[in-house]
Design a protein around this ligand. Structure first.
Ligand SMILES: [Ca+2]
Ligand SMILES: [Ca+2]
Length: 104
């Protein structure tokens, strides 16, 4: 019973967190996280890490390839939630470097 409650709370927290991040990433507010949304958010996050636009663009394509399950090249809240679930550190600048791979 307690376990079920904890699971419920965790899932609710996760959904709230995913929605919060979704709203941050959806910079133009159209209800989807497209490549431009990803680019501008990641650019902002990685501003001090010297990641080039080309690398960011590649990272965005990789994210879309991995999580855009219906193929419209933008992430719905559901698709974005999957991404958040699999990258718990999304939202920290650290995640950008992981996405673009280590840089020597
Ligand atoms: Ca958008
Ligand atoms: Ca999609």
């Amino acid at each position: 019973m307690v376990q079920a409650l904890e699971t419920f709370v965790r899932q609710r927290d996760f959904r709230q967190r995913a929605r919060l991040l979704f709203n941050i990433y959806d910079t133009d507010g159209d209800g989807f996280v497209g490549k431009n949304d990803l680019l501008s958010t990641l650019r902002h996050l990685s501003v001090e890490q010297g990641v080039s636009d080309a690398e960011l663009s590649k990272a965005c394509d990789a994210m879309l390839d991995a999580f855009d399950s219906d193929g419209d090249r933008r992430l719905s809240l559901q698709e974005f939630s999957d991404l958040v679930e699999q990258s718990n550190q999304l939202g920290s600048g650290d995640s950008v470097q992981k996405l673009v791979g280590s840089r020597g």
